[in-house]
Write a protein that binds this ligand. Structure first.
Ligand code: ZN
Length: 160
């Protein structure tokens, strides 16, 4: 697959199709330094004794208020929660305004990629054209949108 990197693993040899990198549609941008500091500060609050992979997120509402999140893990692994969802759930439960932007940061080679569950939650709670800023700790950021991150998303329309 052009643009994708296939992970050469034991699983692949057994026939599992593992892909280690999917390109994210988006433009390289500079982000506001104050917001970058906020999302880095959010990342510093991650609880990651198992993965040692802290992620920070900041959701911004239409009044400009910010809601920070970080990933929180558990010894029962599936109970952990991603930074993006912590930030968005805080906004939804604490703000009287809709979200207008989301920033996410991690120590990744390129800008961090939100997981599928977080993309689905973005589709539920955010406008499709809302900007999502994905970065890494070296200050490399791309701007994408909620809709671009999850084409063909499952929505309430699909419930009939
Ligand atoms: Zn996630």
């Amino acid at each position: 697959m052009k643009g994708y990197e296939v992970y050469e693993s034991e699983e692949k040899k057994k026939g599992w199709a593992r892909v280690s990198w999917y390109p994210i549609p988006g433009e390289r941008v500079e982000v506001d330094k104050q917001l970058e500091e906020k999302v880095l500060a959010a990342r510093s609050r991650a609880y990651v004794p198992y993965s040692h992979f802290p992620v920070g997120a900041v959701a911004v509402d239409q009044a400009g208020h910010t809601y920070s999140g970080a990933n929180v893990e558990n010894a029962s692994y599936p109970l952990g929660m991603c930074a993006e969802r912590v930030a968005l759930f805080k906004l939804v439960t604490e703000s009287t305004h809709a979200p207008q932007a989301l920033y996410v940061i991690g120590d990744t080679e390129g800008p961090i990629s939100p997981c599928g569950a977080c993309r689905q939650v973005m589709v539920e709670l955010c406008p499709p054209e809302m900007p999502v800023y994905l970065g890494n700790v070296r200050g490399e950021w791309i701007e994408t949108t909620v809709a671009a991150l999850l084409p063909g998303a499952f929505t309430d329309r699909d419930l009939g």
